[in-house]
Design a protein around this ligand. Structure first.
Ligand code: NDP
Length: 257
């Protein structure tokens, strides 16, 4: 008798906290998880995209909460988790999606830009993971999904603080996965490839790099945000309960070459 059925992918009754969940790729994660039954709580630096995201989540029949909060504030994480618990009573899924990228040559990089990238992409992610893990250990279940990048695996010399932060996200994902597995908490990541978003518009339109990147992708084209939705639902659901410590590339095969 197998325990696997259609409900293995269901997120009915689950609550997902998504950083940066109202804009860019984060909005697609909010849409995907609510489509499968999760209520959504978004934390973001501004209120950009809130109305649109509310509409999408409510159209899927789910509830949504928002908090405008800078995740780089070390004192903010407990406040964010408390807000989720106050609205929904539990926290089942944390998606650490908020991220920034600053581009410059290694020798021209400013210290404050290094600090900014590390603060959002790594420190903010750590603060929230730490605060969420305490709740999930008490519950004895939970899913943490960290958004890495191909730069979790590649050198990224013109975005090196970004690449350094995303390598660290991979390391943190693996360490947390190991530490929290006995408490029935899975910690995984998604490493999106070259996806058509605002973050990559300049690169898509670059007459040299645009075609160069496209030529390097085995599947032949840039990805679209909706291609990340299935992997997100899988990692958030019981269908992946025996998967932990993995950073799943969703890149059309880019990392194979
Ligand atoms: P966007 O720039 O479109 O969105 C970033 C989100 O993060 C925004 O919602 C933003 O909030 C939020 N955010 C940024 N800083 C903070 C902060 N200090 N506190 C709270 N929220 C913050 O990015 P993408 O959707 O393109 O990328 C999302 C994630 O995916 C990132 O981690 C990125 O590294 C990763 N990724 C993206 C790829 C791509 O092709 N786009 C490829 C590989 C990885 P607000 O809207 O209020 O500013």
């Amino acid at each position: 008798m197998t325990t696997f059925d259609r409900s293995s992918f269901s997120l009915n009754g689950k609550v997902a906290l998504i950083t940066g969940g109202a804009r860019g790729l984060g909005q697609f994660y909010s849409e995907a998880l609510s489509l499968y039954g999760a209520d959504i709580f978004v934390v973001s630096a501004s209120q950009n995209g809130w109305d649109d995201t509310r509409q999408k989540v409510e159209q899927n029949g789910q509830q949504i909460g928002f908090l405008q909060q800078d995740i780089t504030d070390p004192d903010a994480a407990d406040h964010i988790i408390a807000a989720v618990l106050e609205q929904f009573g539990h926290l089942d899924i944390l998606v650490n999606n908020a991220g920034i990228q600053i581009r410059n040559d290694v020798l021209d990089f400013k210290d404050e830009d290094w600090q900014k990238v590390i603060d959002v992409n790594l420190n903010g992610l750590y603060y929230l993971s730490h605060a969420a893990a305490k709740v999930m250990v008490k519950q004895q279940h939970g899913k943490i999904i960290n958004i890495g990048s191909m730069q979790s695996y590649r050198a990224g010399k013109r975005i090196f603080p970004y690449a350094a932060s995303k390598h660290a996200v991979l390391g943190l994902t693996r360490a947390y996965a190991d530490a929290l597995a006995p408490d029935h908490i899975q910690v995984n990541g998604i490493a999106p490839g070259y996806i058509k978003t605002d973050m990559t518009t300049a690169l898509q339109n670059d007459p040299v790099r645009g075609p160069e990147i496209q030529g390097h992708i085995p599947s032949g084209d840039w990805g679209t945000p909706d291609q990340l939705m299935g992997p997100m639902v899988f990692l958030a659901s019981a269908a992946s309960d025996y998967v932990t410590g993995v950073m799943l590339p969703v890149d059309g095969g880019y990392l194979l070459r």
